[in-house]
Design a binder for this molecule. Structure first.
Ligand code: RIB
Ligand code: CA
Length: 312
């Protein structure tokens, strides 16, 4: 079993990813950390608790992460893409106005499992970077990290140059990419290559998947249709968990990475050093996913949610 702690900002694609994680038999989810990002922190927290209940795993603890980025800016939440509360047109089943600020209670859990633990992060990097600042020795004991974020020599999705998880807190992202040992990055280079048509979600529901997945996907499809004229959608965060479960569906390169932290047009841009490894600076070399087998991913996801085969 792969022991993991999930940092997320649900958010439609985070929500589908979390529901996948709960179905994935090889995962042992020790905790969820909910933070600002696609929506406000207290909605992300409510949504995480709701999704764990939906998946029959209310026993998994949820910790409250960051409320805003290191920049001090107000969270740039995305209600048009993710709905007023983060889960499309769903209303939260309970609304937490005053979250329990309990992130300190995550530390003993990390201490207990560090050497066999993977941290998967699907949102802004503020909480994770804070842990690296406060607990560098402990964080260096962690086995590995998977991170959804970045766009390497491809267009961004929040600015022409930057991907949203990196753009919203570039200083935090820079800390994580410089400090995290055994870091795998799942950037837009691959997440935009795995596109789900509407019939994927209706057929998955007909084959037994939780109807919530179709409902969430339809909200995002509507947005995508208005924005890009297509209802096929990427599900960025889901692909990151698929990479953790099935790394062989991807091909990778090892590169030194820098994040542009300065304000301006290139804020949040991720840059890979393409020189030979022997010429790269000292420090961790993240493994960047640069290619993926989309058909295999669709078939895998369909199977995990339904235990049925599919013709995708
Ligand atoms: O750029 C994609 C990322 O930004 C995903 O994590 C999605 O949830 C959004 O926050
Ligand atoms: Ca996310």
């Amino acid at each position: 079993m792969k022991k993991m702690i999930l940092f997320a900002d649900p958010g439609i694609d985070d929500a589908i990813a979390l529901l996948y994680a709960l179905r994935q038999p090889s995962f042992d989810i020790l905790a969820v950390v909910a933070e600002y990002g696609n929506t406000f922190r207290h909605y992300a927290l409510s949504n995480s608790i709701y999704l764990l209940k939906e998946g029959g795993r209310s026993d998994i603890p949820v910790f409250t992460g960051a409320e805003r980025p290191f920049t001090g800016e107000a969270p740039d939440v995305q209600p048009t893409i993710h709905g007023p509360y983060g889960l499309g047109d769903l209303q939260p089943f309970l609304l937490i106005d005053q979250p329990s600020e309990n992130i300190d209670q995550l530390i003993p859990l990390i201490e207990q499992h560090a050497e066999e633990l993977t941290i998967v992060t699907l949102g802004r990097l503020t909480t994770l970077a804070t842990l690296f600042l406060l607990y560098p020795i402990l964080m260096n004991r962690i086995k590995e990290f998977y991170l959804m974020g970045g766009a390497f020599s491809v267009p961004g999705n929040i600015t022409p140059f930057a991907e949203a998880n990196i753009y919203d807190d570039p200083a935090a992202a820079e800390i994580v990419v410089q400090q995290a040992a055994n870091l795998t990055i799942i950037p837009l280079n691959v997440t935009n290559d795995v596109l789900y048509p509407p019939r994927f979600f209706t057929e998955m529901e007909a084959a037994g998947a939780n109807p919530l997945i179709r409902r969430l996907a339809e909200f995002y499809q509507r947005f995508n249709n208005q924005e890009n004229g297509t209802s096929t959608i990427p599900v960025h965060d889901l692909l990151t968990l698929v990479a953790f479960a099935e790394p062989d569906l991807f091909s990778y390169g090892l590169y030194h990475v820098e994040v542009i932290t300065a304000a301006g047009l290139s804020r949040g841009m991720t840059v890979a050093d393409l020189r030979p490894l022997s010429e790269q600076p000292a420090g961790p070399l993240p493994r960047i996913a640069l290619d993926v087998n989309p058909t295999a991913v669709l078939q895998h996801v369909f199977h995990i949610f339904t235990t049925q085969p599919s013709d995708f």
